[in-house]
Design a protein around this ligand. Structure first.
Ligand SMILES: NC(=O)c1ccc[n+]([C@@H]2O[C@H](COP(=O)([O-])OP(=O)(O)OC[C@H]3O[C@@H](n4cnc5c(N)ncnc54)[C@H](O)[C@@H]3O)[C@@H](O)[C@H]2O)c1
Length: 350
C-alpha cells in the first residue's frame, strides 16, 4: 500500500475546526482506494507567533521538505497584522517550494444555490490558474520620506519569461484534459510594460497548443463576464494579483467562500505542494463549530489527485456533491449542521 507523508498545519481560527474533517475524509478515501497517510501535525500559527515571535521556526522549510505534501487550514488572527501572517508562513512556503501554480476550481455543485439567477450546475465549472510566485506580489520596492508631505511608496511588479511561460503552459496542459479552452486575464491597455509582455507570451505559448481555443479579456470586463457569462470559461490564467481577485469572485458565484478549495503546486514535484481552503481563519465564527468544511475536504480531493489517485479525488468530489444535494449542510449553505456532522456525512458518502 503506498504511504504518503503529509504535514498538517491547522493554523488559526476555523482552520483548527475544518482540518480534522478534511483528515476524516482523507482517511475514508485511503481505506477505500488502498492508500495510507502518515500525518505529522505542526502548531505553526499566529498563536505561536504571539508566544515566540515566529509563525514557524527558522528551519521550517527544511522540516517540511521531508513531506510529500502539506495540508493547511488558515492563518491570521486579530492582533497579528495580516501581512505578518501572510509573509511569515504562506508566502515563504509558496516561494521556497516554487509552488508556482495556484489552482482554484470553481464548480457549482447540485444542491448549492448560486446568487446568479437561472444558472444550472453544468454552466459553472471552470478552473482559475493563478501565477503564485512573482508578478505584483513582489518584495521589491520601498518607502521614502515617511511622515512628511513628500511621503512615497514604490512597489515593483516582476514578470519573467520563465515564470509567465510555465504557468501558461500548465493552464494549456490542463485545458487539454478538460474542454480545451484557455482565457487569459490581461490589462495591457492600462499597464503598458508588464501586461503587453504577458500578452506576447500568451500568443507565443498558444502556438504549441493548436487544439486549444483561446481568448483574452481585460481584467475589468472579465470580472463582469464571470458574473454575466460564467458558462464561457474552462481554464482562466492570470497573474498573481488578477488570479487572486478572480479566484475569490469565482467561489462567490458558486456557493460561497466556505466551499472553495485551492492547490499550490510545484508540478515538477521537486518540492512538496500545499493544499488549503481559499477562506481565512474567520474569527467571526471561530469556536462555534459552524464552519463549512467543504473548502478543506475539496482541497483534500485535489491532493489525492496530485498524489496520483484521481479516482479517489473524484470520489471525494462526488461525495461532496451528494451531501450538498441531500445531506446535512452548514449555516452558510442554508442548513443547521455542525462542521463535524457535515464532515462525517461526506466521509460516509465516500
Ligand atoms: N489562506 C489563508 O490562510 C487566509 C486567506 C484569507 C484570509 N486569511 C486571514 O484570515 C483572517 C480573516 O480574514 P477575512 O475575514 O478577510 O476572511 P475569511 O475567509 O476568514 O472570512 C470571510 C467571511 O467568510 C466567512 N467564512 C469563511 N470561511 C468560512 C467557512 N468555512 N464556513 C462558513 N463561513 C466562512 C467568515 O465567517 C467571514 O464572514 C485574516 O487574518 C486574514 O489575513 C488567511
Amino acid at each position: 500500500m503506498p504511504t504518503f507523508k503529509i504535514a498538517v498545519i491547522p493554523g488559526d481560527g476555523i482552520g483548527k475546526e475544518v482540518i480534522p474533517e478534511g483528515l476524516r475524509v482523507l482517511e475514508a478515501a485511503g481505506r477505500k482506494f488502498g492508500l495510507s497517510f502518515e500525518l505529522t501535525h505542526f502548531d505553526w500559527s499566529c498563536e505561536r507567533y504571539a508566544k515566540t515571535g515566529r509563525l514557524m521556526p527558522e528551519d521550517g522549510l527544511d522540516q517540511l521538505m521531508k513531506f510529500d505534501n502539506i495540508l493547511l487550514g488558515a492563518v491570521g488572527y486579530p492582533g497579528v497584522a495580516d501581512h505578518v501572517s501572510l509573509w511569515g508562513l504562506l508566502i515563504p512556503i509558496r516561494r521556497g517550494f516554487d509552488q508556482y501554480v495556484n489552482l482554484r476550481p470553481v464548480r457549482l455543485f447540485r444542491g448549492v444555490q448560486t446568487p446568479l439567477a437561472n444558472r444550472a450546475p453544468e454552466e459553472i465549472d471552470f478552473v482559475v490558474i493563478r501565477e503564485n510566485t512573482e508578478g505584483e506580489y513582489s518584495s521589491i520596492g520601498g518607502r521614502m520620506f515617511g511622515g512628511t508631505e513628500h511621503e512615497m511608496a514604490v512597489q515593483e511588479t516582476v514578470f519573467t519569461r520563465r515564470g509567465v511561460d510555465r504557468v501558461m503552459r500548465y493552464a494549456f496542459d490542463l485545458a487539454q484534459k478538460r474542454k480545451k479552452h484557455v482565457t487569459s486575464a490581461t490589462k495591457s491597455n492600462g499597464i503598458i510594460h508588464t501586461m503587453p509582455f504577458w500578452d506576447e507570451r500568451f500568443a507565443a505559448v498558444k502556438q504549441d497548443y493548436a487544439d486549444v481555443r483561446t481568448d483574452q479579456f481585460h481584467i475589468d470586463i472579465l470580472t463582469a463576464h464571470f458574473v454575466r457569462n460564467p458558462d464561457w470559461f474552462d481554464v482562466v490564467v492570470g497573474s498573481n494579483l488578477f488570479g487572486d481577485i478572480l479566484s475569490d469572485l469565482g467561489p462567490a458565484i458558486a456557493g460561497g467562500i466556505g466551499i472553495a478549495p485551492s492547490a499550490n503546486l510545484n508540478p515538477e514535484r521537486k518540492f512538496p505542494s500545499m493544499f488549503e481552503p481559499v477562506h481565512g481563519s474567520a474569527p467571526d465564527i471561530a469556536g462555534r463549530n459552524i464552519a463549512n468544511p467543504i473548502g478543506t475536504i475539496w482541497s483534500v480531493a485535489l491532493m489525492l489527485d496530485h498524489v496520483g489517485s484521481p479516482q479517489a479525488g473524484r470520489a471525494v468530489e462526488d461525495a461532496i456533491e451528494k451531501v450538498c444535494e441531500s445531506g446535512p449542510k452548514t449555516a452558510d449553505l442554508g442548513g443547521k449542521a455542525s462542521t463535524q456532522e457535515m464532515g462525517k456525512a461526506i466521509a460516509d458518502a465516500v
